[in-house]
Every structure is written in C-alpha cells, then in structure tokens.
Design a binder for this molecule. Structure first.
Ligand SMILES: Cc1cc2nc3c(=O)[nH]c(=O)nc-3n(C[C@H](O)[C@H](O)[C@H](O)COP(=O)(O)OP(=O)(O)OC[C@H]3O[C@@H](n4cnc5c(N)ncnc54)[C@H](O)[C@@H]3O)c2cc1C
Length: 277
C-alpha cells in the first residue's frame, strides 16, 4: 500500500492516498443480436460494444471512495481485450476515472479464465493498487469467477458480492449479500473486492466528463509490456476448450394480442387456459 499519510484527514475516512484499480470488460451491446463465430466457437465481438453493466457499479464505488478521501488518489481502469475496448473504457473515464490501461495483444485472443486471469494479474501487479475492484460478473460470459482467479494469482484476500464497502484503517470492510441475509467481512489492504450491483446507483457521465474523457491517459499495452509470457495467454495458455455451442431453444409459438379494449380479458383467458392462474 502506498504510505502517503495525509495530515488532517478525519478518523473514519481513510488516511491513505489510495490507488484503486477497477477491472472492466467490454461486452457486446445488450440490445444487439449475439452471434457465435462457428469456426472459432467464440462470441463474435466485432459489432458495437459497451461497458459491462456490472462494472459500472465498480467504477462508481471507486469514485465514491476517492471522493470520500477528499478526491485524493487515483482510479485506474484495467482491461484485457481488443483495441476497440477503449471505447467502452471511455465511459468509465467519463464518469470520473483518471486513466485507462488496456492490455491488447493478438496473442491474447481466445483467453479462457486461466489465461485471462494470468494476463490481468500481470497488469495489476504492475500497478500495485491498494484496492482492486471488479463487477460481480460480466454479462456476456457470466462466469462470476475472474476476481477469485485474479486474487489467487496475486495472493490477495478477496471479498465477493459486496453490497456495502467501507475503507478505513488499511482495511476493506464489506457487507456481503448472501442467500440468507448479510455477512460482514473484513480484509487487510491490498485486497480484491467484487461489488454487487446493489451497492450503489451509478452516476451518468456529464457532458464535461464525456468531453474530458478523450484527453485522459489511455495506454494500450502488449503482453510483453506487462511482462507476460505469450505461451501463458490466449489459446496457448488456456486450459478449457469450447466443444459445442447451441442456439437457445425456440420460445415456441407466440400469440399477439391487439388491444381493442379487451386485452386484459384475452390475457386472462390465455393464462386460465394454460392453468397459470
Ligand atoms: C475457450 C475460451 C475462449 C475464450 N476466448 C475469448 C476471447 O477471445 N475473447 C474474450 O473476450 N473472451 C473469451 N473467452 C471468455 C473469457 O475467458 C472470459 O470472459 C473471462 O474468463 C472472464 O470471465 P467472465 O467473462 O465470465 O467474467 P466474470 O468472471 O463474470 O467477470 C467478473 C468481473 O471480472 C471483470 N472482467 C471480466 N473480464 C475482464 C477482462 N477481459 N478485462 C478486465 N476485467 C474483466 C469485470 O469486472 C467483471 O465484472 C473465452 C472463454 C473460453 C472458455
């Protein structure tokens, strides 16, 4: 942890200037049709991309922590993906993050969880952040695993499903959402925290933020730049293989109801016929 103690910071707030890294992913636009490339059996990521919706909560939380610390410190966005991922990262910059680091390398294409976590851990080790935030999952692969794999590689404590997060006294304390209620857990910094989407209501980027985002530092790094071995990233470093992919089952026949004033009755009759009410 950076030991830049600031005088005059009230107790309860963190007394350290924090560097917060937020891992973010570009995912295909939610409104678009998802396509699989049959030859590579990978998601076709060539269309419009967007910042993974769950990562927006992580960016928001990082900004709130920084703001609670008198706007001191730094929020850096980290991603592994194609160069186009910078477009999605700019949303985080527009919200207020300070800079973006994108690891983009042809040799990283086809990275599964093992290879992705390796490359990201290499990039994160280079940043030595006090706190590493993730979203709860990415809404294209929905693995909800990457933060655990990265924490393991960095040998850092990990807290998942953080619905509330407090940073104080060199510790991260989180209220975790569980099936049966809440757990309160604490970890010494540096730590990895995956936030739940219930943690906050993310801000919308302002016009000033959007304009300013373009000028913020945005580095594109190769695997070599982060000291990663190419044989441990991409297909070469992956341990899983997608064998088959199938389109989702069709929803069956549908019935369109035009509302001529009797739509409610028609819907009720439809549900009664199927013994659903
Ligand atoms: C054989 C195989 C090949 C694959 N090839 C590719 C490929 O070519 N390109 C590709 O994009 N994916 C590829 N994937 C998917 C990729 O491995 C997963 O996206 C990755 O392991 C993360 O898992 P997830 O998406 O389920 O993330 P989750 O574990 O659900 O994500 C949790 C959080 O991790 C962070 N995160 C996730 N991914 C990234 C990232 N890339 N950079 C920074 N932060 C991130 C976000 O904060 C996210 O909210 C492949 C998977 C397999 C099995």
């Amino acid at each position: 942890m950076s030991d830049n103690r600031r005088p005059g910071v009230p107790d309860g707030l963190d007394s350290l200037i924090m560097k917060i890294a937020v891992c973010v992913k570009q995912v295909p636009e939610a409104t678009g049709q998802r396509k699989i490339d049959p030859s590579s059996k990978r998601l076709d990521r060539s269309g419009e991309g967007a910042l993974n919706q769950y990562d927006v909560n992580a960016v928001e939380e990082a900004l709130r922590i920084k703001e609670a610390n008198g706007d001191q410190g730094e929020v850096v966005l980290i991603s592994l993906g194609p160069e186009s991922a910078l477009d999605a990262m700019r949303k985080g910059l527009a919200m207020g993050a300070d800079r973006a680091v994108l690891v983009s390398d042809a040799a990283a294409a086809g990275s599964d969880l093992v290879a992705t976590s390796y490359a990201l851990a290499q990039a994160l080790a280079r940043e030595s952040a006090d706190l590493i935030l993730f979203g709860q999952q990415s809404n294209d692969s929905d693995g909800a695993l990457l933060w655990a794999a990265v924490a393991d590689r960095l040998k850092l404590p990990v807290i998942s499903q953080a619905a509330e997060l407090t940073i104080a006294g060199g510790k991260a304390r989180a209220k975790r959402q569980t099936e049966f209620g809440y757990d309160v857990v604490e970890a010494t910094l540096p730590a990895v925290v995956a936030v739940s989407d219930a943690i906050n209501e993310p801000r919308y980027p302002s016009l000033k933020g959007i304009m300013g985002a373009k000028k913020k530092p945005q580095d594109i790094l190769s695997l070599a730049d982060i000291g990663a071995e190419t044989g441990r990233a991409g297909e070469a470093g992956s341990r899983t293989e997608v064998l088959t992919l199938n389109a989702p089952p069709s929803r069956g026949s549908s019935q369109k109801i035009e509302d001529d004033g009797s739509a409610a009755e028609q819907i009720l009759a439809f549900l009664v016929e199927r013994k659903l009410v």
